[in-house]
Design a protein around this ligand. Sequence first.
Ligand SMILES: Cc1ncc(C[n+]2csc(CCOP(=O)(O)OP(=O)(O)O)c2C)c(N)n1
Ligand code: SF4
Length: 269
Amino acid sequence: MFDYSSYLRKGKLPHIWCPGCGHGIIMKGLIRAIDAMGWSKDETAIASGIGCASRLPGYVDFNTVHTTHGRSIAFATGIKLANPKLNVVVLGGDGDMTAIGGNHLIHACRRNIDMTLIIMNNNIYGMTGGQYSPTTPNGMGATTAPYGMIENNFDVAELVAGAGATFVARGTTYHAMQMTDIIKQAFKHKGFSVVEVIAGCPTNFGRKNKRAEGYSMLEWQRDTAVPLERWQTMGADERADKYPIGILHKQEREDYLTTYDRMAGFKAI
Ligand SMILES: Cc1ncc(C[n+]2csc(CCOP(=O)(O)OP(=O)(O)O)c2C)c(N)n1
Ligand code: SF4
C-alpha cells in the first residue's frame, strides 16, 4: 500500500477540511504524482493562495508557500525565475484562480512558464461560506444566489486553452487514479500546464444544491464527467450538463525561460 505519511507534516494535522471535502483526495493524487515522478522534497516547490483548497501546501512536506488570495501564480513565477531547476506547482480553488486571480491566470497561460497549475474546482467559495464563484453553474444555488446563479459559468479548461496554456486537462476526485495520471502528464509537459480537478464541497455547495453528503458530490461527478473519447462522439443534446475529462489540449511551444535565455544569449537551462 502507498505510504503517504512520509510526505505529510504531521505537526500540521488534523487538517481543516470537512468530512466529504474533495480537497483531501486531490492532495493524495498530488502526492502520488510527485512520488511517481521521483521528485525529491528539496527540488519541489508548491505555492497556493487563500481558501480551503489553498490550505493544502501546509500539510505536505515540500518547499511550500501559502500566499495571498489570487496572487499565488505571481509568487510561483518568481520562484521559477529565481531557481529554474525547481519543479514548481501552484494550486488553489476556483475562486482563487478564476475570480480574484483571473487576470494572473490568463497572463500566465500566454506566458508559458514551465510549471503546473492545479485548479481545485468545487464551484463555490468554500472557506467564506458558500458565495457563488465564476464556476458556479448557471441556475445552481449559493448563499449569494438564493434563487439560483444568474450568470453563465466559466468553462475553466476552455478559458485556459483560449488564453494559451500549452497543456490543459480535467479530472475529478471520483476518478482519483485517472486524476493522478493526468497530474503526472502535466508535470512531464514542458510549459504552462493546467489541470482542473472537479471537487466536492458538500458543506457549502452541496448544502445549497441537495447534495450535502460527500458521497453524493462524488455521484454527481460520476454522472456528469465523460471520458474525452466518448465526448467526441456525443451530440449537443447529449453533452448538456456534462463535461469531458482527460487531456483536452496539448501544444508544443518553447517555454518562457528557454526563449528568455536564448534571446539574452544565456546557456539554455
Ligand atoms: C484579498 C482577499 N479578498 C477576499 C478574501 C476572503 N476569502 C478568503 S478565501 C475566499 C474564497 C475561497 O474560495 P476558493 O478559492 O474557491 O477556495 P475554496 O475555499 O472553495 O477551496 C475568499 C473570498 C481574502 N482572504 N483576501
Ligand atoms: S467548506 Fe467546502 S471546500 Fe471548505 S473544507 Fe468544507 S467541504 Fe471543503
